[in-house]
Design a protein around this ligand. Structure first.
Ligand code: ZN
Length: 581
């Protein structure tokens, strides 16, 4: 039996291990309001869970969801314990694991418990720690694949007081602060308040928490400051409140008062009071109907869109022979954001001719990179990063003149399939077009690569309506005024033409159907290449927009879940969207 028992306990240990991904100190630069008390932080493990007291070095324990499951939402968790102890697992690490299962990143906050600090600092340290934790998490959004606008706070009991304190006492960050972390906002985007202490009003306050944070005889001013139901403003984030009717330690009136305060300011909120559960119920196991709260919370999170997966997109710009690039990047950014599927960053290179050595965007942190760039060569390391990114499965979109760039960078030319100008000739690959018999022709004869006639409106002809990007869209539609690229040359490996346009000789074209939109597979990466987009209006064309949005999802995920837009250009009628505000 012995080995079995050993194996079992190993398995139990494994299943119940609460290992975080990492622990980060809140104040590597030095702890403000540090206690002079020499006592060390105490951790008591009662066999199944840990309790922490006398916190001297505040920190966050980071729990990240599986990358494939991560949805971009994050939650800072404040365990409870009456502001004298932290129920570290019961209301901390176990909740982190539960949030991770939903794809949410979680950060358990080891905040300072008042009582060890000077009179001046006593009431402030916990809130200070929560504010810093929120800024710290936001500052790491890129590393942890978080949406900086979907970071909430969850608090239990006294930790609920801390969470509601942060929800009513935050700031937007200080752009001029010397530490970068202090540039970030400390406002939570939502709060989940579990049987929270909210008020310091003696008629409903939890007296133990009240004493620990503001003392036996606080001023009326201090009592009001920490009575969070009185501190609600129009900026306070939406909240979910969960309480038990039979909670005798922290009266449900605390949650009710906060809910009414939110209501007064028109802030969306949900309040669930279960009949049973008592106080400090954690998951509520064996405590009656309160056991259903995790489902209620999950539905609330889903209802607020917080479980919807967001992908990360990066637009690269900074140089382009098209001087309107500072206007087209916002167009592309808005089109991506409008889908609700993307968090979008922009990496802007130094201007033409200036040193590029430090230009090294973190391509690997993204699901999708869009190039609005046509300019100086990138440094060797940046080129290698980009190749690895696409080859390893990253999505890439080349817009209009991005296919002029980097004519002597072989991998880039394989990634975009076809390019033009910048000295391109037959040496870069064949001129690819579609003939009258709908055959794809790869013309190896000598000649330049890249040409266009006069700008004009022209008809786009879809060549593969079965492709996810094109499915359901009209097969012929009139594009607004744009350049019709022709004589494009390149390796054209693993390239699939989705749409073409006829280059009318009367407009300076070649009298052939030229590829307008292509997909290319490079390693594991999916690539979409559109030659359209010369003018701002060319990119505001509803046809350009819908296909760009669909292609972005396709290169990032391999599928398209967006509905076909109701408004779309017809074969005779162009159609424009509004420019970004
Ligand atoms: Zn152009």
């Amino acid at each position: 039996m012995k080995p079995t028992i050993a194996l079992l306990s190993f398995l139990t240990l494994f299943l119940w291990s609460n290992a975080q991904d990492m622990v980060l100190p809140l104040y590597p630069e030095g702890i403000p309001c540090a206690s002079e008390n020499q006592q060390k932080t105490r951790e008591v493990n009662n066999g199944s869970e840990r309790r922490i007291s006398a916190v001297q070095e505040p920190e966050i324990a980071v729990y990240l969801p599986a990358k494939s499951n991560a949805n971009g939402t994050g939650v800072v968790i404040c365990p409870g314990g009456g502001y004298w102890v932290l129920a570290w697992d019961w209301e901390g690490s176990w909740m982190a694991k539960w949030l991770n299962e939903m794809g949410i990143a979680a950060f358990v906050l080891k905040y300072r418990l008042p009582g060890w600090e000077s009179d001046e600092c006593n009431d402030k340290v916990a809130l200070m720690d929560a504010q810093r934790a929120m800024r710290l998490v936001r500052s790491k959004a890129l590393d942890w694949r978080l949406d900086p606008d979907r970071i909430g706070i969850m608090g239990f009991s006294a930790g609920g007081h801390l969470a509601s304190s942060l929800s009513t006492h935050f700031d937007a960050g200080d752009e001029n602060a010397s530490l970068p972390v202090d540039h970030f906002s400390s406002r939570p985007d939502f709060s989940i308040l579990m049987y929270p202490v909210v008020s310091m009003d003696t008629t409903i306050a939890h007296m133990g928490s009240r004493k620990n944070i503001i003392g036996e005889s606080p001023s009326a001013e201090m009592e009001a400051y920490y009575s969070n139901e009185k501190q609600i403003t129009a900026e306070t984030p939406p909240a979910l409140l969960i309480h038990s009717d039979n909670d005798r330690a922290v009266l449900p009136e605390n949650s009710i008062a906060y809910y009414q305060g939110l209501r007064k300011h028109g802030i969306p909120a949900a309040l669930h009071i279960f009949e049973s559960g008592g106080h400090g119920f954690s998951f509520g196991k064996g405590r009656g109907d309160v056991e259903g709260w995790p489902r209620v919370a999950k539905e609330w999170l889903a209802g607020r869109g917080l479980l919807k997966k967001k992908h990360r997109a990066l637009i690269v710009d900074g140089q382009n022979n098209h001087r309107n690039w500072p206007e087209t990047t916002p167009i592309l950014k808005q089109q991506l954001e409008e889908t609700g599927l993307f968090i979008v960053d922009v990496a802007t290179s130094p201007p033409k001719g200036e040193p590029m050595d430090d230009f090294r965007p973190s391509f690997h942190a993204y699901d999708l990179v869009v190039s609005n760039y046509n300019g100086d060569a990138w440094p060797e390391e940046t080129r290698k990063d980009f190749e690895r990114f696409v080859h390893g499965g990253g999505g890439f979109i080349s817009v209009h003149a991005a296919d002029n760039a980097f004519s002597d960078w072989q991998a880039y030319n394989e990634i975009i399939g076809l390019g033009g100008w910048e000295g391109r000739t037959e040496k870069n690959g064949p001129y690819v077009y579609i003939n009258d018999k709908n055959e794809v022709i790869r013309d190896d004869s000598p000649g330049r690569g890249g040409n266009h006639g006069k700008r004009h409106e022209f008809l786009i002809q879809v060549r593969d309506s079965t492709h996810a990007i094109m499915k359901g869209l009209p097969t012929k539609w009139l594009h607004v005024e744009d350049e019709l690229y022709d004589m494009m040359r390149g390796p054209a490996k693993n390239m699939h033409i989705l749409a073409t346009a006829y280059g009318d000789p009367a407009q300076g074209g070649q009298g052939r159907h030229e590829p307008m939109m292509m997909t290319i597979h490079y390693g594991l990466g999916r690539v979409f290449h559109t030659t359209l987009g010369h003018l701002n209006e060319s990119q505001l064309c509803l046809g350009f927009k819908a296909i760009f949005q669909r292609a972005a999802e396709w290169v990032a995920t391999g599928q398209v879940t967006q509905e076909v837009p109701k408004q779309f250009p017809t074969a005779t009628q162009t159609m424009l969207s509004d420019p970004p505000k």
